[in-house]
Design a protein around this ligand. Structure first.
Ligand code: NOJ
Length: 528
């Protein structure tokens, strides 16, 4: 039980449930809400505080549910509203909070508003809820501006010509089935306030705000000065503040988040929102968590840091340096459904998994909230999904492998796929047969397993997470060693090639075997 009076989210460990891939109760090969409910005791026993569930709303699933056609219901593939209520009730009984995904930047092209906009024609109030424009150039055959889609190609879709030969284009910063909303239209604002209330009234504890740096676009939709590859793409993020991005991070969005904050605060129970904001610099992200805006923003800098002690230490320093001035508490994240799993990112195989375990252990000692992605507690790696089975719209638009690899369903038990994920039917993405050794069942009670490491770390974390000082002192050690002290706990992570000496004290948790009082490479330890 927490003793502090801090809001629940401040130091919460939040477990991301990718609804399509967590647990399949009806055996159709796709995860669902009853499947999640059934597995809630697993999450309680793992020791997390909350779960964030990716979109389960009615959707044609062109972008795995991030193309919402009705914000106030549950897709029949995933269950019913009654299933959502049952999940919330059960989670709360078990002491788990529930965060749901909110997708306000765009709808699905099947949303009734978009269908009405298509039917109503140019200049109509229905079209003004989205960003329809005429083409440019001779015969207006060119897109309205030079913006590109995050998923590749131009960000505009041309509608078929009317009888008089005229036509309009609509903006989609993601897939063409995801038309961007016009947030300068008050109806859009009002609709989303209703969506927030609808789910808050049902008892959700918070929202993960998709593309939180989007929503508002430059008013004139002016051309981007220096066209560069998509700014959402992780490698190009968080570099310098020099890119011209008329489609992202516009000042108007902050007023909206102030409004949402007032709405959240009008409910009891510290309801919260966490921003997915891929801005250009940490300082820009910090603006989203000013005291009267959203409570949290994902700290993607941590996820982008290299396996390098200096890089990790810099990220920690920079996180505090940018958040302290706005009085916000940090978040930490290493994996999610859009990026290569961190075990693979750190090199894959034994070494990759060892590093992933070490990085997670270091993360879990830091003050603030940590976001885990389902399956990382099993040491899962990204998987090579056969071409004919890939579903990511970014793959179809660019021919580049981007996200299917990290979305393969959870292996729960048994010796063969689908490893207790659902019934006999094979899941929507195939599971590697090698995962037999990585199932929850196989790792439970197994000494040294990744699952038992997570369980232990989360248990020990509870003894100090809310009570330990919030200051982190980075200790001066060898260049290849990240070491920091937080109150009673000292953390050492060896990113070098040789074993290093351990500080004095009791070993609380270690991510790998210690040898002769030394910390081997690719290993981390908490000393208390
Ligand atoms: C970010 C989500 O995490 C991603 O999965 C989705 O494709 C885009 N936003 C568009 O909604």
């Amino acid at each position: 039980m927490r003793t502090s009076t801090a809001p629940w989210w401040r130091d919460a460990v939040v477990y991301q449930v990718y609804v399509r891939s967590f647990a399949d109760a009806n055996g159709d090969g796709l995860g669902d809400l009853p499947g999640i409910t059934k597995r809630l005791p697993y999450l309680r026993d793992l020791g997390v505080d909350a779960l964030w569930i990716t979109p389960f709303y009615p959707s044609p699933q062109h972008d795995a549910g991030y193309d919402v056609s009705d914000y106030l219901d549950v897709d029949p593939r995933f269950g019913t509203l009654a299933d959502a209520d049952a999940l919330l009730t059960r989670a709360h009984q078990l002491g788990l909070r529930v965060v749901v995904d909110l997708v306000p930047n765009h709808t699905s092209d099947q949303h009734e508003w978009f269908q009405q906009a298509l039917a109503a024609g140019p200049g109509s109030p229905e079209r003004d809820r989205f960003l329809f424009r005429k083409g440019r150039g001779r015969g207006r055959t060119q897109p309205p501006n030079n913006w590109t889609s995050v998923f590749g190609g131009i960000a505009w879709e041309k509608l078929p010509e009317g009888p008089d030969g005229s036509t309009e284009w609509y903006l989609h910063l993601f897939d063409r089935t995801q038309p961007d909303l016009n947030w300068r239209n008050p109806e859009v604002r009002a609709m989303f306030a209703d969506v927030l209330r609808f789910w808050l009234d049902r008892g959700v504890d918070g929202f993960r705000v998709d593309v939180a740096h989007g929503l508002f676009k430059d008013k004139a939709l002016r051309d981007q000065r220096s066209a560069h590859p998509s700014s959402q793409h992780v490698e190009s993020m968080l570099e310098t503040d020099t890119k011209d991005e008329p489609m992202w991070d516009q000042p108007e969005v902050h007023d909206l988040y102030r409004e949402w904050r007032r709405l959240l605060d009008s409910y009891d129970g510290d309801r919260m929102a966490v921003a997915e904001a891929w801005t250009q610099t940490p300082a820009r992200t910090a603006a989203f968590v000013r005291p009267d805006e959203l409570q949290q923003a994902f700290n993607f800098a941590w996820l982008l840091a290299k396996w390098d002690a200096g890089d990790l230490a810099d990220c920690i320093r920079r996180t505090f340096a940018t958040l302290d001035p706005v009085g916000a508490s940090p978040t930490w994240v290493l994996s999610n459904h859009d990026v290569v799993r961190h075990a693979t990112r750190y090199g894959g195989g034994k070494v990759g998994v060892a590093r992933a375990r070490a990085a997670t252990l270091a993360m879990l000692a830091l003050p603030g909230s940590a976001y885990l992605y389902q399956g990382e507690e099993l040491g899962l790696e990204s998987v090579d999904v056969p071409e004919e089975l890939r579903q990511d719209p970014a793959w179809f638009r660019t021919g580049k492998v981007w996200r299917d690899h990290c979305r393969v369903p959870m292996p729960w038990s048994g010796a063969r796929p689908p490893f207790g994920f659902g019934g006999r039917k094979q899941p929507w993405l195939p599971m590697p047969s090698e995962w037999a050794a990585l199932t929850v069942q196989a790792q439970t009670g197994k000494r040294g397993s990744t699952l038992e490491l997570y369980r232990k770390a989360l248990k020990v974390r509870r003894t100090f997470a809310t009570s330990a000082p919030r200051e982190v002192e980075i200790l001066d050690r060898a260049r290849s060693v990240l070491a920091f002290r937080r109150g009673p706990v000292t953390v050492v992570l060896n990113a070098g090639k040789r074993p290093v000496a351990l500080p004095k004290g009791k070993v609380l948790v270690n991510s790998g075997r210690l040898a002769d009082g030394k910390l081997p490479p690719d290993t981390a330890v908490w000393i208390g």
